[in-house]
Design a protein around this ligand. Structure first.
Ligand code: TXA
Ligand code: MG
Length: 341
């Protein structure tokens, strides 16, 4: 299959993409978080193609995207007041809500679960595409399974060339990290995946918010899996990632990199904020906002042939929590404590 890349600003580009979706095909489209690989969320045969194109395990459920908050009722069987409050506060935007699904949502979309993940994205191209298609669009991030999420059309092409008919190019994603996923089916709203909207933001609106244990620690052997995505090694560059924490961490970056380089490794420091001093081999994780270029930097590391990446363990406040979660996974939870220099 040949993959075409069309600028979303080109005349009829969105209509053409919508036409493909109506024919049961998959299409890559931009959102404000990361690019999505979309298909008709209500058609099993169409959704199946997403899993095939990505090489995604069939038990990992997809997010269904809607064009306007009112369309949630197309998918959701029970819409509690807390869902209304959160959608009023954060939709359109980088928030995904998990709620009981309606029968019309095929279990292929939800990875066999009886809940559905719903998000109303803020990106005008995403919303126009859903509107033009006329149905909710199921879409995971448009990367090959296990690779960092794509934040440009080029990233999508690098992973999916020949596997999808069309990529709609809407420019770089502004947020650069996936949406915050909040489960509303339990006792209290529970953040399954942190993103641009922090647990503090959720608690402010919902009155309460918990953080699922799997966000910051590896899943134990017999621990229940609330979000299947957490089972898989994720957000991974090809290089080995090591995180440094503790009072001596910033100071240790230069030493760790030069030591690795002496041992023959192509090593880099990944940083946010100020560039670390005395390290020539750095990759910045900041675009328009802190950590918004995290995946761009990881993909760049791959292209530069990096064997080893060192980074400071991000904090737990605001969007840093999302970066902490992604980097912990990329590092397979390897964190080295650096005592006082
Ligand atoms: O920002 C985003 O959320 C992007 C854009 C394209 O919208 N999408 C995205 O999708 O990141 P994906 O498939 O890469 O991640 C969806 C996550 C997975 O970890 C999945 O396990 C979880 O949401 N998820 C989806 N449906 C779920 C459900 N019913 N219950 C629990 N977790 C669910
Ligand atoms: Mg993904």
């Amino acid at each position: 299959m040949t993959t075409r890349v069309l600028s979303s600003q080109e005349q009829d580009a969105i209509l053409e993409a919508a036409q493909l979706l109506r024919q049961g095909e998959v299409v890559v489209f931009p959102t404000e978080t990361v690019y999505g690989l979309g298909a008709n969320a209500l058609r099993e045969d169409a959704v199946k193609k997403i899993f095939a194109a990505k090489g995604r395990p069939a038990d990992n459920p997809l997010i269904a995207h809607i064009a306007a908050p009112e369309q949630a009722h197309l998918l959701v069987a029970d819409w509690p007041p807390v869902a209304q409050a959160l959608s009023d506060a954060f939709w359109p935007g980088p928030l995904t809500l998990i709620l009981p699904k309606k029968d019309c949502v095929p279990s292929m979309t939800t990875g066999g679960m009886d809940t559905v993940a719903v998000r109303c994205p803020a990106h005008p191209v995403a919303r126009a595409l859903i509107q033009a298609a006329g149905f909710p669009i199921a879409a995971p991030s448009a990367n090959l399974s296990g690779r960092p999420s794509p934040t440009t059309a080029d990233d999508c092409l690098a992973d999916l060339d020949g596997r999808v008919p069309l990529i709609l190019d809407g420019g770089p994603s502004i947020i650069g990290l996936e949406s915050t996923v909040v489960d509303l089916t339990g006792e209290a709203p529970t953040v399954l995946r942190p993103g641009g909207i922090s647990p503090e933001d959720i608690a402010r609106v919902a009155g309460d918010a918990r953080l699922d244990a799997a966000v910051l620690s590896p899943l134990g052997k017999n621990q229940p899996v609330r979000s299947p995505g957490m089972k898989y090694r994720h957000y991974a560059p090809r290089a080995h990632v090591t995180l440094l924490d503790g009072p001596g961490a910033a100071h240790a970056l230069a030493r760790r990199v030069s030591q690795a380089r002496t041992e023959g490794e192509t090593a880099f420091v990944l940083y946010s904020g100020q560039a670390p001093q005395d390290v020539p081999h750095t990759l910045c994780m900041d675009g328009e906002a802190p950590y918004s270029a995290l995946y761009t930097a990881l993909r760049r590391a791959d292209r530069l042939g990096a064997d080893h990446i060192f980074a400071l363990l991000p904090g737990q406040e605001g969007v840093a929590l999302a970066a902490r979660n992604r980097l912990l996974r990329a590092a397979a939870f390897e964190v080295i404590w650096e005592a006082m220099p």
